[in-house]
Design a protein around this ligand. Structure first.
Ligand SMILES: [Zn+2]
Ligand SMILES: [Zn+2]
Length: 266
């Protein structure tokens, strides 16, 4: 299983998960050109045989623009299937493309990947995801208003995960956001603070999860250093890596062995 973060944060989210012959794009906050050029920078081409960009499925977590704005163009250019849970408000996508519903809380297959989605609180109907190949499982949980038991259970059954550490409460309190927007962020239907993510990480120590990537950082109300320090100090036994706003990266999914670490492309 390979996972590539192509964008994370309010300027556009996209994550490509690949296993054997299956490619799923989680979130489409980027258009097809940005998607292809960012993948190329990571050494991956979307073309397969026919010369046409190839992904099997698009799986947007919710209908906020930073997760959905590129969906139509990507669906058109790749001809992929779009998986939408019932809460995603996307009438044009539903009218024009091959859209399939899926249930929350139970696994379904996209090619060789087993996918499970759990509802999490946010100000649009939102899900956290677990995508599993035969040997590995990867979790995605951004845009989470507060941590739920279902989210903890989902992430504790993954090897690694991308979880948001959206804001530092202190920077938010004294930052540029107007009061109403601050309340939106912190009110239980917004985003996780570094401290909330740290508590979640601490609760996951001892579970299957050994590697945590922090994403969806606010540009105005957080810094990568604050996010990393707060979460890593609460969960010293997890490998914690921070992804700055807008960054791209190929992620490690399985447990890293000493042999893999010794190889340049392991
Ligand atoms: Zn978002
Ligand atoms: Zn959102």
């Amino acid at each position: 299983m390979r996972v590539f973060v192509l964008g994370t944060g309010s300027s556009g989210n996209a994550l490509l998960v690949e296993s054997e012959d299956t490619r799923v794009l989680v979130d489409a906050g980027l258009g097809p050109r940005a998607l292809e050029s960012r993948l190329a920078l990571l050494g991956v081409t979307l073309e397969r045989g026919s010369g046409r960009p190839f992904i099997d499925a698009l799986l947007p977590t919710h209908h906020h623009g930073d997760h959905l704005s590129g969906a139509e163009k990507i669906a058109r250019s790749t001809g992929c299937v779009v998986y939408l849970h019932d809460g995603v408000r996307a009438p044009r996508l539903r009218a024009r493309f091959d859209v399939r519903p899926y249930p929350l809380g139970s696994a379904f297959k996209i090619g060789s990947l087993a996918v499970r989605a759990e509802h999490v609180p946010h100000d649009a109907p939102q899900v956290a995801l677990r995508l599993a190949s035969q040997h590995h499982a990867f979790g995605v949980a951004t845009d989470v208003g507060r941590v739920t038991a279902g989210l903890k259970a989902l992430l504790s059954s993954c090897d690694s995960a991308l979880v948001e550490a959206n804001h530092c409460a202190e920077l938010l309190a004294f930052g540029p956001y107007p009061m109403a927007l601050r309340h939106r962020v912190t009110g239980g239907l917004g985003h996780l603070s570094n401290q909330q993510t740290a508590e979640l990480a601490s609760a996951l120590v001892g579970s299957r999860l050994t590697r945590l990537y922090l994403g969806h950082l606010s540009r105005s109300n957080n810094t990568p250093e604050r996010a990393l320090e707060t979460v890593a100090s609460a969960a010293p036994r997890l490998g914690v890596t921070v992804l700055a706003h807008g960054s791209m990266r190929a992620l490690e999914v399985g447990r890293a062995s000493s042999l893999q670490l010794a190889l340049p492309f392991g």
